[in-house]
Design a protein around this ligand. Structure first.
Ligand code: PA5
Length: 430
């Protein structure tokens, strides 16, 4: 089971300070479990993890098989919670260069920006390629994916004809409401459901994440088993629950002047997981003038950019470091007779060994420098571990936000920029 290590937390804080949070964590977890807290009509994510395939999972697997057979490229259209989860999962498991491996369709993401350059680049990549699309939007009205959808739909219709194009358009949206649901029904597209009681940033374990993951070759049954196991393991009301430790530690640090949480990982393929985490915590907690600022860093790369600030800048941050168990397959550093690079002292050592020393050295340096470190230790990267990690962060977020006293499941602030943009664009009603 995933483990949270708080032994490097102390920066003038004691274990007693953390244990003193027990009543608050208990109350927050209970609010979540009993469905009595703010936003309690959005708790459906708690029940998404399952041990066995559901009908929806079987339909997802069937659609994924067809897409893998007839498409060289799969375009996933969505933004925010309808985008980051699938991208995070695919990159963590298949690696950042998954599109170059030739295993299954290339996966591109669209509808998450308004950049003309990005759009034109995608169009060029799609030229002469057989492709399918998955439009993901719960509301069905979000501008960025709506614009991409309109254009991709036309491209498919021009290429395959209106009828054949329908077999290449997959829609993931609300079961009843919204423009996208209406479009899918009228046009006869295959649809998958975002349950009404699951908000975007908590939707990765629904069809939102599962269809793109299955197309990318992830084992979604394994992923769900990992999440379901985590749900069972973390259904305990004590500090043996890693979600309790994490939620308590970050709230304690926040109350003691640490206003920034830096999520760090030594795996480059974790980049979008960090992005998913950033949205999860940022959008869930950042309201009512409160919240830790969720920042991210990739080590060791960012030790050569942010490292200086972390070590000696304003003492207003702490780190949460996600560690995975080492891979079974090892890479060794070779002997070089000339030793011109002076690296022979590492001859025969594994890359893992060097990475571990970098981690330990950094941990000691940063804690010495007054940066508390929370360690999240997970098993080797695989579908199951990923499912566990997704559920762990979601549960921790729900508990942590209730501890902070905010509604984790709304995002009223996001509307402000939209209102201005719609007014400027001349959208009717704005
Ligand atoms: O977490 C959220 O609710 C948001 O990030 C949404 O996912 C995002 O705004 C996209 O919304 P929709 O799925 O309605 O297009």
């Amino acid at each position: 089971m995933l483990n949270v290590d708080i032994s490097n937390l102390w920066d003038g804080l004691t274990l007693q300070d953390l244990l003193a949070k027990e009543k608050d964590v208990f109350a927050a977890h209970k609010l979540l479990k009993d469905g009595k807290g703010a936003g309690n009509d959005f708790l459906g994510w708690l029940n998404l993890p399952v041990f066995e395939d559901t009908d929806e999972m079987r339909r997802i697997k069937n659609a994924a098989r067809r897409i893998r057979e007839n498409s060289e490229v799969f375009v996933v259209v969505g933004i925010g919670g309808s985008y980051l989860g699938p991208r995070a999962a695919i990159e963590l498991i298949q690696g950042q260069n998954h599109n170059l491996t030739g295993k299954g369709p290339q996966i591109f993401f669209a509808g998450n920006n308004l950049s003309t350059r990005a759009w034109q680049e995608l169009c060029a990549l799609l030229e002469d390629k057989d492709f399918s699309i998955n439009i993901i939007s719960k509301s069905g009205t979000t501008t960025e994916p709506a614009i991409a959808t309109r254009a991709l739909k036309w491209m498919l219709e021009r290429k395959y004809g209106a009828e054949k194009a329908k077999e290449r358009i997959f829609v993931t949206t609300d079961p009843v409401k919204g423009a996208l649901r209406q479009m899918a029904t009228e046009e006869g597209y295959e649809t998958f459901v975002i349950p009404p009681d699951v908000g975007g940033r908590f939707s990765v374990l629904s069809a939102v994440g599962l269809l793109p993951m299955a197309v990318a070759g992830l084992d979604i049954t394994e992923l769900m088993i990992g999440a379901a196991q985590a749900r069972r393991d973390m259904d305990i009301f004590s500090f043996e629950n890693p979600a309790w430790l994490y939620a308590a530690a970050r709230n304690l640090l926040y109350a003691n002047g640490k206003k920034i949480e830096l999520l760090c990982c030594y795996e480059p393929s974790f980049k979008y997981m960090a992005g998913w985490w950033q949205q999860l915590f940022g959008e869930s907690e950042g309201k009512d003038g409160k919240a830790l600022f969720p920042a991210t860093a990739e080590f060791t790369a960012d030790l050569h950019s942010l490292g200086q600030l972390i070590q000696q800048g304003e003492r207003n941050l702490f780190e949460t470091v996600v560690r995975f168990a080492p891979t079974r397959k090892k890479t060794q550093i070779e002997m070089d007779w000339k030793n011109l690079d002076g690296l022979n002292y590492l001859e025969g050592k594994t890359l893992d060994f060097v990475e571990e020393q970098a981690f330990l050295g950094t941990l000691a340096a940063h804690t010495d420098g007054g940066v508390p470190v929370v360690l999240v230790q997970a098993d080797e990267i695989c579908d199951r571990t990923l499912g566990e990690l997704f559920f762990f962060f979601e549960l921790s977020c729900g508990i942590s936000a209730y501890m902070l006293g905010v509604n984790p499941f709304n995002q009223p602030g996001v509307e402000f920029y939209k209102r201005n943009m719609f007014h400027l664009l001349g959208k009717p009603g704005y």
